[in-house]
Ligand binder design. Structure first.
Ligand SMILES: C[S@@+](CC[C@H](N)C(=O)[O-])C[C@H]1O[C@@H](n2cnc3c(N)ncnc32)[C@H](O)[C@@H]1O
Length: 197
C-alpha cells in the first residue's frame, strides 16, 4: 500500500504548529482525533517533543498512519488507537490537550455532538481543545471556495457540510469548554481553541 499523502497537510502544518506550540506549551498528553494520513502527527510530535502525541482514527486509517510513524518514528509519537467518536469507547486516559483537524465537516452531525461530549469528559481541568477547519458564521462563508466546497460535500454526502460556529460552540459550552481563541488561518480555515473549566 502506498503511503497516504495530503498536500493540504504539508501546506497547513506550519501555521497550525505555530498556534499549537503556544497553546500546548505547558501540556503533556495530547489526543488527536481523526489523524487521517498521520502527517500532522509526525510533524507536530517532532516540533513539540515535550508532548506525548496519541494518534487515533477509524480502523481503516491505521495502516497509513503507521506507515508515517514507521518512517518518522519518535518516542513521543504513539501508534493509533481505534476511535470512531460516535461508536467506539473512548480511551480512559485523561488528556490535557485534544486536537482535531478537518473532521467536523466530514463526520455526521451526531458524531460532532459525540466528539464534543467525549472531549468534555476526557479533557482534564484547564485542558485545551483545538479544532481546525472551515467554519460558517451566521450561515455565511466568507470565501467562494468554501461555498463550493460546502455544496460539493452536501451533494456527495448529505451528512457532511461545513458547520456553523454557534452550533459547535453550543456543544462546547455544554461540555464545559470556554472559547479562548478563534484564529484566522490560511486557505480560509479557522483554528478554534477552547479550555475546559
Ligand atoms: C478530511 S480527513 C482529515 C484528516 C486529518 N485530520 C487532516 O487534517 O488531514 C477526515 C477525518 O475525519 C475522520 N472521521 C470521520 N468520521 C469520524 C468519526 N465518527 N470518528 C472519528 N473520526 C472520524 C476520518 O476518519 C478522517 O481521518
Amino acid at each position: 500500500m502506498d503511503k497516504p499523502f495530503s498536500q493540504a497537510c504539508i501546506n497547513n502544518r506550519g501555521p497550525i504548529s505555530g498556534i499549537l506550540e503556544r497553546v500546548f506549551a505547558n501540556k503533556r498528553n495530547i489526543l488527536e482525533i481523526g489523524s487521517g494520513t498521520g502527517q500532522h502527527a509526525v510533524w507536530f510530535a517532532s516540533k513539540m517533543p515535550h508532548l506525548s502525541w496519541q494518534t487515533s482514527d477509524q480502523a481503516q486509517y491505521h495502516a497509513g498512519i503507521n506507515q508515517w510513524i514507521e518512517e518518522c518514528p519518535s518516542p513521543n509519537l504513539l501508534a493509533p488507537i481505534p476511535l470512531n467518536v460516535l461508536t467506539d469507547p473512548w480511551p480512559t486516559n485523561a488528556y490535557d490537550g485534544i486536537y482535531s483537524a478537518n473532521t467536523a465537516h466530514i463526520m455526521p452531525w451526531e458524531a460532532v455532538v459525540a466528539m464534543f461530549a467525549g472531549v468534555g469528559v476526557r479533557l482534564s481541568s484547564n485542558g485545551i481543545f483545538c479544532l481546525y477547519g472551515p467554519i460558517k458564521y451566521q450561515g455565511e462563508l466568507d470565501a467562494q471556495s468554501n461555498v463550493q466546497f460546502d455544496q460539493r460535500l452536501q451533494q456527495q454526502f448529505p451528512h457532511q457540510g461545513i458547520r456553523e460556529f454557534h452550533d459547535i460552540n453550543r456543544l462546547a459550552l455544554a461540555a464545559e469548554l470556554v472559547l479562548l481563541e478563534d484564529n484566522t488561518m490560511p486557505a480560509n480555515n479557522r483554528l478554534l481553541v477552547w479550555q475546559k473549566i
